[in-house]
Design a protein around this ligand. Structure first.
Ligand code: TPP
Ligand code: MG
Length: 353
């Protein structure tokens, strides 16, 4: 049985064997990281958090327009999963809560911040903004504002990996809310039928805007959502980067062996509102505070590092370096010009239908 019981945020319910007579992926262990790897996880998660905090401030100052969805709280998911990918071959696609996935993929914070602020130097030339960032070079295929759309597009990317026999796997992220979208299931069906190399990553942060999973989902154990298509699933503690990395190793083994898709449900939590304009009336402050106090993914790694003998001073030095990187990204963005008005019609489809 390839399921890791979630230790947080919510205890998993007892489970029956979902797909009888089906070979299953191995039981994942927590990843045994070296001190250097653990430090790198800490560095990346802290970079995402500080970057997002700064993005929140710039939004407050009116320097970021439109929608802006922050990833604070969920950092261990993107960092743990993407640390296991092969950057040469594998592809990533996600929704609108996408800044963290780009940072975890090593994309320059400056071009991400410049995009958020709508500047020419941004990764989409300042014309996409927070929800529409893209990098073919990094095989990062967006940044999508239509809930669930990235799942069928990701299935297309997986089809391409198989068709071109390029050895790549697609990581298609979506939320607990998106997991109720019809196109997700059409995609799962096709992916299993054609044994496509895709990991369906459900980032279960407990809420879709203001609606909790339990209010919206008749089956709230989302790792089971592939069962009708014989797609196996894993449930993982998404607040523990080593559990995430350990689980994705097993998932990648499964997919790379040509056994078809797999569902990973990462149980996680977002600390901030759905977007910057969320009245936050659907949960209590105490609930959020309890998650921060008990399950924070960065605190978790900090404790592990301290147990390995890493000193507070070393961590402070890393924190300082990250603050510097984020400050430079924000300065770079603020000093970059806005796109030239003549760019209005480039890179966009203008036509009649
Ligand atoms: C097809 C579609 N329906 C509705 C919306 C409005 N909408 C934007 S985000 C969202 C909630 C999605 O929640 P979830 O999938 O859990 O992702 P999270 O925001 O928690 O990362 C909704 C309903 C949309 N963008 N697209
Ligand atoms: Mg959600």
């Amino acid at each position: 049985m390839a399921r890791t019981p979630a230790k947080s945020p919510a205890a998993a319910k007892p489970k029956a064997d979902p797909i009888p007579n089906r070979e299953r992926p191995g039981e994942p262990d927590r990843y045994q990281a070296s001190k250097e790897e653990l430090l790198e996880f800490y560095r990346q998660m802290t970079l995402i958090r500080r970057f997002e905090e700064r993005a929140g401030q710039l939004y407050g100052l009116g320097l970021i327009g439109g929608f802006c969805h922050l990833y604070i709280g969920q950092e261990a998911v993107a960092v743990g999963l993407q640390s296991a990918l092969n950057a040469e071959t594998d592809s990533v696609i996600t929704g609108y809560r996408d800044h963290g996935h780009m940072l975890a993929y090593g994309i320059d914070p400056k071009v991400i911040m410049a995009e958020l602020t709508g500047r020419q130097a941004g990764i989409s030339k300042g014309k996409g903004g927070s929800m529409h960032m893209f990098s073919v070079e990094h095989k990062f295929y967006g940044g999508h504002g239509i809930v669930g759309a990235q799942v069928s597009l990701g299935t297309g990317l997986a089809f391409k990996h198989k068709y071109a026999n390029d050895g790549g796997v697609c990581l298609a992220y979506f939320g607990d809310g998106a997991a109720n979208q019809g196109q997700v299931y059409e995609s799962m069906n096709m992916a299993e039928l054609w044994k496509l190399p895709i990991i369906f990553v459900i980032e279960n942060n407990q809420y879709a805007m203001g609606t909790s999973v339990n209010r919206a989902s008749s089956e709230d154990q989302l790792y089971r959502r592939g069962e009708s298509f014989r797609v196996p699933g894993m449930q993982v503690d998404g607040m523990d980067v080593l559990a995430v990395r350990g689980a994705v190793e097993e998932a990648l083994k499964w997919v790379r062996a040509g056994k078809g898709p797999i569902v990973m449900e990462l149980k996680t939590y977002r600390y901030r509102g759905h977007s910057m304009s969320d009245p936050a009336k659907y949960r209590t402050r105490d609930e959020v505070q309890a998650m921060k106090d008990k399950s924070d993914c960065i605190d978790h790694v900090k404790r592990e590092l301290e147990a390995l003998g890493v000193t507070e001073e070393e961590l402070k030095k890393t924190d300082k370096d990250i603050r510097q990187i984020v400050a430079e990204a924000a300065d770079f963005a603020e000093q970059s010009p806005e796109p030239d008005p003549k760019e209005l019609y480039t890179d966009v489809l203008v036509g009649t239908y």
